[in-house]
Design a protein around this ligand. Structure first.
Ligand code: ADE
Length: 353
């Protein structure tokens, strides 16, 4: 049954696929980097990051040798920073053990840090033409709809069963295109948010969910645990030229990145002024900034911000660094969670610089 989708899907892909930078020259390294970036991040957001990354680090060897802060700066704003840390670890292993070459075997790829079944499948099939599935959220949505599969796609056993079904039908000569066609259909026709565009779908006539009128009820996914909410007060402490930043701890959320100083809870102006004085700094004036929210996988930060002008940034309170704005923007990776406040110092984060 499912095998009937192969031909119409490939014909559709040949005509309708988007022109994407990593599709034009699908070398193993380019496929790897793009697939890692595309996990958790939209295609449009990835494009400029991908271009800049390939320019700065065009080879596995360059990636392996890149100083950590430069690497994090290239990733700044993309989030999930362990993705790039793992990619570098994997690159270092490949330089040591495989002459800097990306291996062509699924079993070798999956041993590398940060490469799971999906990424190993994508690299094997797209870059090397090996007929293995690459099952991401798009593919799960497409397949559960076509087959009216009401099982919970959060379960690994269900993902594996769907991967086995795809393994049965994957065309030997066009494995990479087939996987990408499934992903593409999920991204632009059988979309995750909003109504599916069934009138544009090349396999609508084969779609069981459509026949049963349950397209929008699929895929079924057990609800995740609610995120915990943390209140924070973020401080933009500045003198005439410099701003205070500090390095986050080596472990945990946003490990090793830089941040604007911040404390737990929602502080009043008076409490902030007291805190600033406790750092050995002399506040001249204070301004409340807008509230801001940042959503992580398991928690949300609900932030209040203050800009505090101090007489002079000096001393070494609480491990703070006092750095001029251009240098911060150029050299210090600061996660997007702080973007709302950094912009008041005219510090632009991410790829928009
Ligand atoms: N999302 C994940 N992988 C993708 C790819 N290769 N092309 C487009 N969107 C994707």
């Amino acid at each position: 049954m499912l095998e009937e989708i192969v031909v119409p899907l490939l014909e559709w892909y040949d005509k309708q696929k988007r022109t994407l930078p990593w599709r034009s020259k699908p070398t193993p390294y380019r496929v790897w980097v793009s697939e890692i970036m595309l996990q958790q991040t939209r295609v449009e957001a990835v494009k400029p990051y991908f271009a800049r990354f390939m320019k700065e680090l065009p080879t596995v060897k360059k990636l392996a040798a890149c100083p950590e802060e430069e690497l994090l700066k290239l990733w700044e704003g993309l989030g999930y920073y362990n993705r790039v840390r793992n990619m570098q670890k994997a690159a270092q292993i490949l330089v040591k053990e495989n002459k800097g070459e990306v291996p062509a075997q699924f079993e070798e790829l999956i041993k590398l840090p940060g490469i799971g079944k999906y990424t190993a499948g994508a690299i094997s099939s797209i870059a090397f033409g090996i007929p293995v599935p690459a099952v991401d959220g798009n593919v799960l949505r497409v397949i559960t709809r076509i087959t009216a599969d009401e099982r919970d796609i959060a379960k690994d056993s269900v993902k594996q069963a769907i991967a086995r079904d795809i393994q049965e039908i994957i065309p030997m000569r066009r494995a990479g295109d087939f996987n990408q066609a499934l992903i593409e259909l999920g991204a632009i026709v059988c979309v995750p948010n909003g109504p599916a565009k069934c009138s544009e779908c090349p396999v609508a006539h084969l779609c069981e969910a459509r026949k049963q009128n349950i397209v929008m009820e699929l895929p079924k996914k057990a609800p995740k645990k609610a995120r915990t909410i943390e209140k924070k007060t973020v401080l933009l402490i500045k003198d005439g030229e410099k701003v205070a930043i500090r390095k986050r701890p080596k472990k945990g959320l946003l490990a090793g990145l830089y941040e604007l100083p911040n404390v737990e809870g929602e502080l009043s102006e008076d409490e902030v002024l007291k805190l600033i004085r406790s750092y050995g700094l002399a506040p001249l004036f204070i301004q409340r900034l807008e509230d801001s929210k940042h959503i992580f996988t398991h928690k949300e930060w609900h932030m209040t911000g203050y800009a505090v002008r101090v007489e002079e940034l000096e001393g070494d309170a609480e491990g703070m660094l006092f750095i001029d704005r251009e240098t911060v923007e150029r050299e210090y990776p600061i996660p997007a969670a702080f973007a709302a406040y950094a912009k008041h110092m005219n510090i632009i984060l991410g790829n928009k610089r």
